[in-house]
Ligand binder design. Structure first.
Ligand SMILES: NC(=O)c1ccc[n+]([C@@H]2O[C@H](COP(=O)([O-])OP(=O)(O)OC[C@H]3O[C@@H](n4cnc5c(N)ncnc54)[C@H](O)[C@@H]3O)[C@@H](O)[C@H]2O)c1
Ligand SMILES: [Zn+2]
Length: 214
């Protein structure tokens, strides 16, 4: 057998953002199931106020997903990529937009280009339900409705729950279906949707497989 033969079922998995809140659990779970996790993480100060935590037993490639050389190094021998690295939450103000777009979208594009080059064809992306903009809401009289953005005056008055856009009645929250339309309403949400669109373009261009977990 050629060098590099691997036992069936054991995967070497690059987890970008593998030192983060969700990524560190994925890395632990992969290790517990006998897979080989590799962590690529820049340990952003915003995400690591306490001691940085790269999970035990994982190989760690310190660095940024926007850096092609680092990403190429981290991809050596990798079967699957689980892309968790991102700037999360809402920025302080719109001045943070370039940092979100750079980390989340430029970073994803650099990663996908390096995967294309390295022949890695499987991607699991950390999507988010923020791409839907809102949860699902039902009005007793009008059925499923789509409330618009909350008014500042409502928020200032402590009215956080949206009302029926047709009759003003209180709404019943429900679970969002996968076929709900995308409606990203802030910079973070826009970057999470762009990640999905980039991943879909990559999959079509290289014959890869991409799954986004919203
Ligand atoms: N936590 C949630 O509730 C939630 C909900 C929906 C989606 N998500 C998505 O899940 C993923 C992980 O979120 P989390 O809550 O674990 O966030 P987190 O901030 O705890 O982890 C993100 C990790 O990515 C790293 N990182 C960020 N930018 C990087 C870059 N440019 N290069 C290398 N490393 C970088 C950070 O250092 C951090 O360790 C994100 O993609 C996020 O959008 C999270
Ligand atoms: Zn109504």
């Amino acid at each position: 057998m050629a060098a590099g033969f691997r036992s069936v079922g054991i995967m070497r998995v690059l987890v970008t953002g593998g030192a983060g809140f969700i990524g560190s659990h994925i890395v632990e779970e992969l290790g517990a199931r006998g897979h080989e996790p590799v962590v690529l993480d820049a340990l952003l100060p915003t995400a690591h106020q306490q001691a940085p935590a790269v999970p035990d037993g994982a190989e760690w490639v310190p660095g940024d997903v926007r850096d092609p050389d680092t990403v190429t190094r981290a991809l050596a021998g990798v079967d699957v990529v689980c892309h968790q690295a991102a700037m999360v939450g809402l920025g302080k103000d719109f001045a943070d937009a370039p940092a979100y777009v750079a980390c989340n979208d430029l970073g994803t594009a650099v990663l996908l280009a390096a995967m294309a080059e390295a022949g890695v064809r499987d991607l699991v992306l950390a999507g988010s339900m923020v791409v839907y903009g809102e949860g699902r809401y039902d009005c007793v009289r009008h059925g499923q409705v789509r409330p618009g953005p909350r008014a500042v005056s409502d928020l200032e008055a402590g009215r956080f729950e949206p009302l029926c856009p047709r009759c003003g009645a209180e709404l019943e929250p429900g679970l969002v279906g996968e076929d709900a339309p995308a409606d990203p309403r802030n910079v973070y949400a826009a970057t999470k949707l762009a990640q999905e669109l980039l991943a879909a373009s990559w999959a079509r261009a290289v014959g890869g497989r991409a799954v986004s977990l919203r």
